[in-house]
Structure formats: C-alpha cells, structure tokens
Design a protein. Structure first.
Length: 170
C-alpha cells in the first residue's frame, strides 16, 4: 500500500536533468501502458508499442518532442514513476488534460487525484479560464475522480463514439 504522503509530483523533465543530458524518470513507460490499455479497451489490442498508431507511438518514443509545448507532470512513489498527466498549452484561455494514467500498482492510493490537482494548479498558474478533457465512457473511475475534483460533463467537441467531454472552470 502506498503512503499518500509519499506521492511526489514533478514537472518533467524539470530542472533536475543532469548536465550530461540524462533526464529524470519520465513518462515513456506510463504513456506506453496508457496507450496499450486504451487500444485494448477499444477492441484494437496491439502487441506492443511498435504496433501503436503513429501519433501514439511518437508520444511514447519521444515525449519531449510530442509534448514540447505542453507541461508533463509525473508522479513518483518511492522514487519510481507512478503516474502522469499532460496539461496542454493554453489556447483561447483553455488548457486540456490528456493521458492521465496511474500505474496499476498505485491505483486507489491518491496518485490520480494528486496529478489532477497539480494539473489544475499548473493551469491556474498559466492563467487559463477553464480546463477540459475527454475520457472514454467505460473509464467510470476516472469520470468519478474528475467529478469529485470539479469537472462537469459538457457537450462533446470530439465526435468519436464513447467519449465523455468534461470541463472545469477556474
């Protein structure tokens, strides 16, 4: 069981990159788990990262480039990555949360809540008026988390079947 006080959130790559160009533990493995599980849940399971659709594979293989304009937050527990979330750069006063993922070994221990709270704080610091997100309707635990943290369901901006769109005003 994870000690909730041990959940640490850091901006990746942050200022703690070494002078040798080495980055602190980052989101690649977490993003891989997120995308592989999502593909499986959509009924489109793939054998590994190399079989993911190109845009998702690019996020896993080179998150620095994929999220160059965004803020990537990584949660760690005991010094190892436990979860991640991406806060997109503001557009018209609104940011989006993407790729919220908690390592299965840390589920139910407050990692997701800590990440969303940190993401909302990051967005507020950037001066956004609202934060939006989309989540697959079968991810009921995530939807409940978002609702507890102030998000409400709104009309969809993404017409893919099975997506729930949500928004939190700042």
């Amino acid at each position: 069981m994870t000690d909730r006080t041990a959940v640490r959130i850091h901006r990746w790559p942050g200022q703690d990159a070494s002078p040798h160009g080495l980055l602190p533990p980052g989101p690649a493995a977490l993003l891989a788990a997120y995308h592989l599980r999502t593909q499986e849940e959509k009924g489109e399971a793939v054998a590994g990262v190399d079989a993911l659709p190109e845009r998702y594979r690019a996020e896993v293989l080179d998150p620095l480039t994929a999220f160059a304009d965004d803020v990537v937050l990584v949660a760690s527990v005991g010094g190892r990555p436990a979860g991640c979330v991406v806060v997109t750069a503001p557009v018209d006063g609104c940011s989006e949360l993407k790729r919220l993922w908690t390592d299965e070994a840390c589920r139910g221990e407050g990692v997701g809540s800590a990440l969303v709270r940190a993401a909302l704080a990051q967005a507020a610091e950037a001066g956004v008026r609202a934060v939006r997100l989309s989540v697959w309707e079968w991810r009921t635990g995530a939807i409940a988390l978002y609702e507890r943290l102030g998000f409400t369901v709104v009309d969809s901006w993404d017409r893919r079947d099975g997506l729930v769109c949500m928004r939190a005003d700042m």
